[in-house]
Design a protein around this ligand. Structure first.
Ligand SMILES: [Zn+2]
Ligand SMILES: [Zn+2]
Length: 160
């Protein structure tokens, strides 16, 4: 399994492979190590992730490893092309383009692998073992963590 996370000390983006077998993750930028909790993985083949290694929250969600910008670019390009076809009174072509765009998006979405994302720190996990322990995105949990982070920020700003 591979992790991509923001270093808690220097906020550099760190990527590490084979995290199932590691005892710690170190940041190549500042050298600060994050200790992998003992109970982070449920035994099995492949080992399943139970909690975030960085924060370490137990609340994560499954999402598609799909770059949203790519999806959006396809939709925008499709809309632009269909507008041109519409202006040329090419009715069939207009709908063919719109339908084709939607189809490409659906197919891309289906072939993209799943990844796990942490609500609290945004760490991402990819590879075997990301499925099985967690559900999809939940707005309520997301909101809870967002408010917690906002409170922490407000608190530390007040204290210093
Ligand atoms: Zn660092
Ligand atoms: Zn986390």
């Amino acid at each position: 399994m591979r992790i991509t996370y923001a270093c808690p000390a220097c906020h550099a983006t760190v990527t590490a492979d084979g995290i199932e077998t590691r005892a710690a993750l170190d940041c190549p930028a500042c050298g600060v190590a994050v200790t992998v909790p003992d109970d982070a993985f449920a035994p099995g083949t492949p080992p399943r992730l139970r909690r975030c290694l960085v924060c370490p929250s137990t609340e994560l969600f499954v999402r598609k490893d799909f770059p949203q910008r790519v999806g959006l670019a396809i939709v925008v390009a499709g809309l632009a092309a269909s507008c041109v076809a519409w202006a040329w009174r090419e009715l069939v072509l207009t709908f063919a383009i719109l339908f084709g765009t939607a189809l490409v998006d659906v197919v891309l979405y289906l072939v993209m692998p799943d990844c796990l994302s942490c609500y609290r720190c945004g760490a991402r996990y990819r590879g075997a073992g990301v499925r099985g322990s967690f559900g999809g995105f939940d707005l309520e949990t997301h909101e809870k963590h967002r408010q917690q982070t906002a409170r922490l920020r407000a608190g530390s700003a007040h204290g210093s």
